[in-house]
Design a protein around this ligand. Structure first.
Ligand code: MRU
Length: 345
């Protein structure tokens, strides 16, 4: 894979690819403390649900490196990390896993330090995500028949995960199988993850793509140019409702109206069985300046208010298939989602 990894551990530092500068500037920022990492997550240096989880795991290693056996100080850093972005459940899932390691650690153990144990867990979280991406790619690509065009939203690729991506792992694998004709890449306002990140990833792999304005999706679907919409997720509730980048919900409605299939690809670390439906998923509201300004220049009249939710919720009934690393759930519902828990156990 040609896309650089968004998250690297190097010696005693965490290196994050600054995704705000892509695709024209490939530059890593180095972090030695968890607070700095929390700010980087909030500021979109690193983004995408699985990548946020992996980053937070390594940030807990930084906290332990900095604070030694001062449990209160490590805990305070974990709270700051947990407050960085509220929607991607992978963040909380990864922090829970790290907390378990730390709570189980016996400080009298001189053989293996707490930092070493935490680092092993962070590496495991990253490696498991890489393997999950590969499995999702295989499972999802089985639905894509020869000659298909797909439409993607946001970036759920290598830049958002520890592997080839979630939805983009499916796109990559469909291309390798010779089944993909072309991918339409929704631009994804206001951060333009489609135009800047997904287009860059696909170009590096030689996968044919065409960037589309978001408002043109209906026209593409009506013209019969798209067979599958394929998206990632930030959180999936127990009934199969899906929170993902704002704009996903309207795409799902358009897809159903035009007979286009709708696939959600997400690892089980993105499934939140504790929330019974999508109404309960916390939706991040981002600053109005992200909408009223473009590339640092004001475009709206001074003082304009802006509605800028980062995510929306797609009801399960609009999803044709939810692909995870363990199984594919067709027409997800509270009942059919139970298959996930069986595979997980
Ligand atoms: O605001 P972002 O860029 O973090 O939003 C990312 C998305 O919505 C992705 O689709 C989702 O996190 C899945 S990434 C595999």
């Amino acid at each position: 894979m040609k896309t650089p990894s968004p998250v690297l551990w190097s010696g005693e530092r965490l290196r994050l690819l600054d995704q705000r500068l892509l695709p024209h500037n490939v530059c890593y920022l180095d972090f030695v403390d968890a607070k700095g990492v929390a700010t980087a997550i909030k500021d979109m240096v690193v983004r995408g649900a699985p990548a946020i989880g992996i980053t937070a795991a390594y940030a807990v290693v930084l906290a332990a490196q900095q604070h030694g056996s001062n449990a209160a100080a490590i805990n305070a850093d974990v709270e700051i990390l947990a407050a960085s972005r509220p929607t991607a459940v992978n963040l909380f899932w990864a922090l829970r896993r790290m907390r378990r390691v730390w709570q189980a650690h016996d400080h009298r153990d001189v053989e293996t330090s707490l930092v070493a144990r935490l680092l092993a867990e962070a590496h495991a979280i990253a490696a498991e995500d890489r393997a999950a991406c590969a499995a999702m790619g295989q499972r999802g690509a089985a639905f894509i028949t020869a000659g298909s065009n797909v439409y993607t939203h946001c970036n759920a690729g290598a830049l958002a995960t520890g592997g080839e991506g979630t939805s983009l792992a499916v796109v990559r694998e469909a291309f390798r199988r010779g089944h993909l004709q072309q991918a339409f890449v929704g631009e994804t306002r206001p951060w333009m993850q489609g135009t800047r990140l997904t287009a860059w990833e696909l170009q590096q792999e030689g996968i044919p793509f065409c960037v589309s304005t978001e408002s043109a999706a209906a026209t593409l679907f009506r013209q019969g140019q798209v067979q599958w919409v394929i998206v990632g997720a930030d959180r999936v509730a127990a009934n199969g409702d899906v929170a993902n980048k704002v704009g996903t919900y309207p795409l799902a409605i358009l897809a159903r109206h035009h007979g286009v299939k709708f696939m959600v690809v997400a690892p089980t670390s993105t499934i939140d069985g504790a929330l019974s439906d999508g109404e309960q998923i916390p939706i991040e509201q981002r600053p109005p300046q992200e909408v009223t300004m473009f590339a640092g220049t004001a475009i709206a009249p001074a003082g304009s208010a802006a509605f800028n939710p980062s995510f929306d919720v797609t009801p399960a009934e609009l999803v044709d298939v939810l692909v995870t690393e363990t199984c594919a759930v067709e027409r997800p519902s509270r009942q059919s989602m139970a298959a996930l828990w069986v595979h997980r156990a």
